[in-house]
Write a protein that binds this ligand. Sequence first.
Ligand SMILES: C[S@@+](CC[C@H](N)C(=O)[O-])C[C@H]1O[C@@H](n2cnc3c(N)ncnc32)[C@H](O)[C@@H]1O
Length: 407
Amino acid sequence: MKPLIGLYEEGTHNVVDIPHCKAHHPNINAAVELLRQGITKLNIEPFDEDEGTGELRYVQMALTTYNTSIPASERYKNGKVQVSLVWNSRNENSHNFEKLNALANFLWRNGGPRSDLRFIHSVWANFQTSTNNIIFGNRWRHLLGESGFWEHVGGIDMSLAPSSFGQANTRAFDILLRKLQKYVPYGASVTDLYAGAGAIGLSLAASRKCRSVKCVEVNKESKLSFEKTVERLPNHVDSSISWHHADASDEPLSWLMGSEVVVVDPPRKGLDASLLDALRIISSLERKAKSSPESSDSKVKDEKRPWVLRSLKDSVQIGSKPTLEDSGSLPQTLIYISCGWESFKEDCMTLLSSKKWRLQKAHGFNFFPGTQSIEVLAVFKRGQAASLKKKKSGKKKKRLGRKHPSI
Ligand SMILES: C[S@@+](CC[C@H](N)C(=O)[O-])C[C@H]1O[C@@H](n2cnc3c(N)ncnc32)[C@H](O)[C@@H]1O
């Protein structure tokens, strides 16, 4: 029986076979075909989610074009694929581990560096036995090939572990990052929320010589990639850089305070409600702070609040910590990167209707050619535009033609 390898049909759990996906690099399609042969030859049983039976549950493939030993013009064509096999067992001691090993060896023999094709970079296993829809389990094991996986994006070398979020189209992401960098003033203090392994924050630290960069991410697996990337940052980077294993929706004000620029790059469902609320009340906090300036004593006391202790537990700090003077500043710029158009529209409306933020600029990117997906880079500024304020104070109030602002 021929296994189906592709994506779920929208709104269902029916797999649509996609052997020649045009949105994928040709070497990913080739790796899918090789996997199909391996599954058939070795009698690997695909997972049946109704029965909870079978061996191979999911496969994730990522491509690296990072190969400095060949000319830059040839790197994309020679991209190599990191394959992660999600296996229906608890760990490597389970009875069917030998079958997983056989599949990994098949891929390596036929697609690895000693084969004619040479497009497989590495093979990883993830163990997952849960009955829910969560794709990855907590246990990872590197099986074959190089464990390090790098890409050059946004002007830095970025480490991408299979357990951490990574953009699929790194060339399009690079274009977005270079555009984003222009909206961040040199020397700014930046908070990168929903940061993954810190691709955005670290690229800003390098390109905009940021005073401080604070990355917040809920997936603890991203920490290792963050640390590896920091090790390879250019020597001139001397920002105060930190990564925090924390939920951005938990006490979000604590992450917003102390930064001039906030970058958010949430999953498709958009911003958490508590973060949106915090962004809306920020201006009133500033007014309060001005009318009753906090003593440096009370700021020190703040360091003992529970959220601070929680976030410090799993954090990484590189360079000196931001100073106490920095901790009082509030963001003037909000940069929103969205992969979910519908949720972005809603979040955008919420921010604009609060009248605390205005939309300065928005760009759309096509990260998945041939699909309707749109990646948005939107830049919001805090406060009303000067021209709007003037009009409001004038006698005649002009009605805006549109009911809702559009981008
Ligand atoms: C679209 S990815 C962006 C990652 C990163 N900015 C990048 O470009 O590589 C969204 C990230 O948000 C993280 N995430 C989801 N919910 C979160 C939350 N409540 N708090 C912090 N991070 C969260 C996910 O684990 C994922 O890494």
